[in-house]
Design a protein around this ligand. Structure first.
Ligand code: NDP
Length: 281
């Protein structure tokens, strides 16, 4: 079998166009603040991508660049000012933060109604409770991608490899809310290949280059690769051995061009969702 390659770029482009149309019809301009602390080169690229995508969708994007030596108190003061700013509907603080700044304190300082990353404990709690509000962008994007290609989560066996707060845990909760039978695997899982082979929907979010091998994949399964790993030779690969797994899977995401574009598109949608919610109160 040769898997269908899931075109994340195309699905994301359709979502971005939909958000842009809704923004144009909204009668106001949603505002997104992206806070970048320090000069991490990968973070700088992500922030530029988000800023450009927001502008293209008609969202007023404001990138706030703070030096690497910024104190936690100063960062919290910046966030509090954005919380109070009526022109700002969404606040995103790019992670990772420099040493000396506690990410939990920063995330908890963001007004939950403006938390477009969906990392605030209030939004995490709503998701855990099965009442999602603002949901982390990467797992939200994966759910939309599954829907777009006609994969039904209801009744399916889903295995999520990785249990981070950003990807694995919210992914598992969304799949559960969509009535999948969900297993969350991690670095302590016994016989990970056997767990993965049970999956109709296999999501890899480990940050381990090409961890998932072809004989871990059930023939015909849908394989979603969240990983973004830069190898020593400069190649960008996911957490799935793409060529070998594509010969077994029914559908598979490439890296790049799979999950990544959906993450950005969902940030725009979350910003619009936050803006509409705030203005409806
Ligand atoms: P984390 O490092 O926070 O979490 C990794 C998870 O994978 C942990 O739960 C860890 O288990 C588990 N894990 C690590 N090694 C193994 C192993 N050998 N076998 C089984 N499980 C393992 O990473 P993130 O969740 O933040 O990110 C994962 C990947 O996704 C990264 O490559 C990241 O760059 C990428 N990413 C991509 C995004 C996109 O838009 N495409 C967005 C966000 C992330 P344990 O808990 O036991 O340590």
């Amino acid at each position: 079998m040769t898997a269908r390659i899931i075109d994340g770029k195309a699905i994301a482009a359709a979502l971005r166009a939909d958000v842009a149309a809704k923004v144009a019809a909204a009668g106001f301009t949603p505002g997104l603040a992206v806070v970048l602390v320090g000069e991490d080169p990968a973070s700088a690229v992500y922030v530029r991508t988000k800023d450009r995508a927001a502008r293209e969708a008609g969202i007023a994007a404001r990138t706030i660049r703070l030096p690497a030596g910024t104190s936690q108190a100063d960062l919290l003061a910046t966030i509090r000012a954005l919380n109070e700013d009526p022109a700002i509907d969404g606040i995103l603080v790019q992670l990772p933060l420099p040493p000396g700044i506690a990410p939990e304190a920063v995330i908890e300082a963001i007004d939950p109604d403006k938390d477009v990353d969906g990392f605030h404990p209030v939004n995490v709690g709503h998701l855990a409770d099965g009442r999602p509000t603002l949901v982390p962008c990467t797992p939200l994007g994966i759910m939309k991608m599954l829907r777009a290609i006609g994969v039904t989560a209801s009744g399916a066996r889903a295995v999520v490899v990785g249990r981070s707060a950003i990807v694995g845990r919210p992914m598992a909760r969304l799949l559960l809310s969509a009535d999948a039978t969900v297993t969350v695997a991690h670095s302590r899982t016994r016989d990970l290949p056997a767990e993965c082979r049970r999956a109709d929907i296999l999501i890899a979010a480990t940050g381990r280059p090409e961890l998932v091998r072809a004989d871990w994949v059930q023939p015909g399964a849908t394989v979603i690769d969240v990983g973004i790993n830069r190898l020593a030779d400069g190649r960008l690969v996911g957490d799935v051995a793409f060529d070998a797994c594509a010969a077994v899977a029914g559908a598979i995401t490439p890296v790049p061009g799979g999950v990544g574009p959906m993450t950005v598109a969902c940030l725009l949608e979350n910003t619009l969702t936050a803006a509409l919610h705030r203005r409806s109160r």
